[in-house]
Design a protein around this ligand. Structure first.
Ligand code: FE
Ligand code: FE
Ligand code: ZN
Length: 277
């Protein structure tokens, strides 16, 4: 059974997302913890969180994935931006305690000219300020396309962050199919080879979630623009091999394709059929 969902708007609260997921035959979803461009999160309603937990249990949901705002950059050259990132992640993780057992994904950051090594140190320092031992949420680093000065465009950079952080062994990875293909990992022509590489560098046991996206750009373009499933450079066949792969099919898949709800419903139906056949 394929665990799949899509990115949903959190504007109407947790339960609304749970119901929306059910309405499109999803059994998980992703949401932004706050405005993707940053800013304050709205007040959390513990009863709303509790109702979602019951819905998830009743419908055998896979863990849901909270996504940090894009503006969160723990390796900015600007100390104010770094401390905003730290406070935002702390606050997000505190709020996630109302939904125990789920996951929180963030983009490692952009070193903006400071160099990858400095960036890695700063990201690890931010993670070390999180109570990772004491929370019921698994924090995930996302694989990036390597655009601009992004850190995390290679498996080796992600490993360096995990090694530099004291609580590195508590962290997981979210693999974004558009990002890794744009970064130069050929998951279309050599999926087994890329997974072997992932296993050698990071360990497949670290892989906790997949962002399932097609890409608007060609292989190794370092661009990061998501396309609808089957309409980009990865194509439906390659994406089907991913959801069916014996090393991946147990994982939860989250669509971040450019769609409204009906488009997501159609992609979920398509992928469920492809996975079952
Ligand atoms: Fe992301
Ligand atoms: Fe993503
Ligand atoms: Zn992306």
């Amino acid at each position: 059974m394929l665990h799949i969902g899509c990115h949903l708007s959190a504007a109407k609260g947790f339960m609304a997302m749970g119901r929306q997921a059910l309405s499109i035959s999803a059994d998980t979803f992703q949401f932004f913890t706050r405005n993707p461009r940053g800013g304050n999160a709205k007040a959390l309603d513990p009863q709303d969180a509790q109702r979602l937990r019951e819905l998830m249990e009743g419908h055998a949901f896979a863990p849901v994935l909270a996504h940090a705002p894009y503006t969160l950059n723990g390796c900015s050259a600007d100390e104010a931006v770094r401390s905003f990132a730290l406070r935002t992640m702390q606050d997000d993780l505190q709020r996630m305690e109302y939904l125990p057992g789920n996951m929180y994904n963030f983009h490692p950051g952009s070193h903006v000219g400071q160099g990858v090594e400095r960036g890695i140190e700063q990201i690890a320092a931010m993670l070390d300020a999180m109570p990772l031992q004491d929370i019921a949420t698994t924090v995930l680093l996302e694989t990036m396309a390597g655009k601009g000065s992004e850190v995390g465009g290679t498996f080796e950079e992600l490993r360096a962050i995990l090694e530099a952080a004291r609580c590195g062994d508590r962290l997981g990875i979210c693999l974004d199919t558009c990002h890794v293909y744009d970064a130069g990992y050929d998951i279309v022509g050599d999926l087994d080879g890329v997974l072997a590489r992932f296993d050698a560098v990071l360990g497949l046991e670290r892989l906790k979630a997949i962002h399932l996206n097609d890409s608007k750009n060609p292989f190794a373009s370092h661009k990061d623009r998501h396309e609808k499933i089957g309409q980009g450079s990865l194509g439906l066949e390659a994406l089907t091999r991913i959801v069916r792969h014996p090393l991946l099919r147990h994982l939860p898949f989250y669509l971040e394709t450019p769609n409204e709800l009906d488009g997501y419903a159609a992609e979920i139906a398509l992928l469920r059929e492809a996975a079952a056949s």
